[in-house]
Design a protein around this ligand. Structure first.
Ligand code: UDH
Ligand code: MN
Length: 358
């Protein structure tokens, strides 16, 4: 009996072993398949997020679009893929490029060429996690033509620099004498109400960098970016010059009590800012003279921005005035905030010389 049963038993054991093996194989295959699908689903969701985040309506610079922003926020928070930090040197930079102001710019075209820019002029790289969140603040009044060139050149450049950024146009309402530095302080405060920006690039509307290696981000010292401008024959006009475009981290800006609010008219506020930086023990960081080349759109002096005759007296007294004139004394009233496809526009009453905002 035992002998006759033996081959049957061997067969039975083999069958069970085979069955067990098949089951194991099936399970492994199934797990692998499911995993791939979860991953694929994540990819699809991510790419879908990018596609959906394109603005679809409202012509640039004309009508605001609030719904896209809400949608983008939702997508951004549900994105499941962990991303690598963005590299120190962005890989898609092109170096020197041609900047000219002869062609006319159509904002709708600019928008079509920057479909990844979200409502309000926001952008977040999809391929990596940016290390800083940058608010670009532009002091503004009645310079629509210059703004078009700025958007045309800067949006592609900032994206190549893999920055997580937002663009804020701070418009001085009314006819009072212009006050660049106070508008920049307003931009700092208002941008922080929107997001936890940790870097602020303050730029004139008429300045375009000629080389995308001039990165619009913050460094361990306050950064001066407009170091060799065409209008100064591509040289620093003087060693302490801090005008045109600068970048300060939130901490650096707060450490100097922000910028002065009391420079009405053209000139001096940039020297006051330089003094503030030095008096708080910091120095200036700069790109070299080749990378730091910039073009300024040629323009006449604006009305209500005449050279400020008080500027020399004021910059001689920065050490005292900076304690009580700055972020801690800033008073203004936001009249309107509008989200356009390529920028956020904030219309603000900052008062006038000796007159508080109403
Ligand atoms: N700004 C405006 N509107 C104004 C005044 C100034 O938007 O009415 C802003 C704008 O961002 C501008 C910045 O403030 O780029 C600085 O002002 P600016 O461009 O007038 O300063 P700049 O140093 O002054 O260029 C040059 C004076 C004109 C000299 C003309 C002689 N050739
Ligand atoms: Mn200018």
């Amino acid at each position: 009996m035992m002998r006759s049963c033996a081959p049957g038993r061997v067969f039975q054991v083999s069958c069970v072993a085979l069955l067990a093996l098949s089951a194991l194989h099936l399970t492994v295959t199934l797990l692998y398949y499911l995993d791939i699908h979860v991953y694929t689903a994540q990819m699809v969701r991510r790419i879908g997020g990018l596609l959906i985040s394109q603005p679809t309506s409202s012509p640039a610079g004309i009508s605001p679009n609030f719904t896209a922003a809400a949608r983008n926020r939702t997508l951004a928070t549900t994105s499941p893929l962990p991303l690598q930090p963005c590299p120190e040197t962005p890989p898609r930079l092109v170096g020197p490029s041609r900047i000219e102001f002869s062609q006319s710019i159509n904002l709708e075209d600019v928008r079509q060429n920057n479909l990844l820019v979200r409502e309000g002029g926001r952008y977040t790289p999809s391929e990596c996690t940016a290390l800083q969140k940058v608010a670009v603040i532009i002091p503004f009044r009645d310079r629509d033509e210059h703004l078009k060139y700025w958007l045309y050149y800067l949006h592609p450049l900032l994206q190549r620099q893999q920055l997580d950024y937002g663009v804020y146009i701070i418009n001085q309402h009314g006819e009072e004498t212009f006050n660049r530095a106070k508008l920049l302080n307003v931009g700092f405060m208002e941008a922080l109400k929107e997001d936890n920006y940790n870097c602020f690039v303050f730029s004139d509307v008429d300045l375009i960098p000629m080389d995308d290696r001039n990165i619009y981000k913050c460094y361990n010292q306050p950064r001066h970016l407009a170091v060799s401008m065409d209008k100064f024959s591509f040289r620093l006009p003087y060693k302490q010059f801090f005008g045109g475009i600068s970048a300060l981290s939130r901490e650096q800006h707060e450490k100097i009590n922000g910028f002065p609010n009391d420079y009405w008219g053209w000139g001096g506020e940039d020297d006051d800012i330089y003094n503030r930086i030095v008096f708080r023990g910091m120095g200036i960081s700069r790109p070299d003279g080749v990378i730091g080349k910039c073009r300024m759109i040629v323009h006449r002096r604006d009305k209500k921005n005449e050279p400020n005759p008080q500027r020399f007296d004021r910059i001689a007294r920065t050490r005292q005035t900076m304690q009580n004139d700055g972020l801690n004394s800033l008073k203004y009233k936001v009249l309107q905030m509008r989200k356009y496809p390529l920028y956020t526009f904030i219309d603000v009453d900052i008062g006038g010389p000796g007159r508080p905002p109403s």
